[in-house]
Unconditional design. Sequence first.
Length: 255
Amino acid sequence: MKIISSIGGPHSVGNDFFRSLSKNLSKLVCSDFIVVAKLISAEKAETLAIWHEDKCVDNITYGLVGSPCEMVLKNGCCIYPDNVSDLFPNDIVLKNMNVRAYIGVPILSSTNEVIGILVALFKQALDNTDDHYCLMESFSSSAGAELERDQHYQKNCIIEHDLKKQVARLSQQQEVISQMTIHDSVQGGDFLLASHLSCQIISNKLDVENVAIWIAQKNQQNMTCFCLYSADKGILSSTEPVSYTHLTLPTIYSV
């Protein structure tokens, strides 16, 4: 186990569920440490709660390569009743924490995908690990259900945020269309003035630097920039045909 980073701040010690889970499990198995971690990748995990000496400590992101946790991902439940630090000499954290015994079980989703790890660490050797194993399995099931629920919640929050952005953008676009349709140049049929006005309104409302109106040629191979508006320079017009294959507009919002 290699600590990659420490996660500070007021929410750095996990939510209430994982704090309570780690506290209760620690009392039942009499461990020195209980670690609840979610899997970030095959080589990295982030703790949701670490219970040590009757309190939760700051969460960390840690590497799995060369650690007993890596074995949990590969083989499922792993129990090392003694000398775990000697068995994993590259896991400096275990040695620094004077850990002798290790019990780790995977945290599974409803589809049996490994999404986390539940670990108990002991500073003394263990004689009988059967009871410990049963408790760890039971608590890992509860952790899996909560972690999966939390992951679904986070995904829904992202979807909701994206939808709000889309609704806001649609609202802006509707406002642009509303302003364009009531302008005299549009109602009067003056296409050139209406185009200039449209580009300017779109630039202002959507906060883009450049807006262009392109008209396809009859051969369907070229386009003509009928109207180009720059927020800095105002209206810039062009009638030079541009090939589709050479058309690159990195900073232009086209309509």
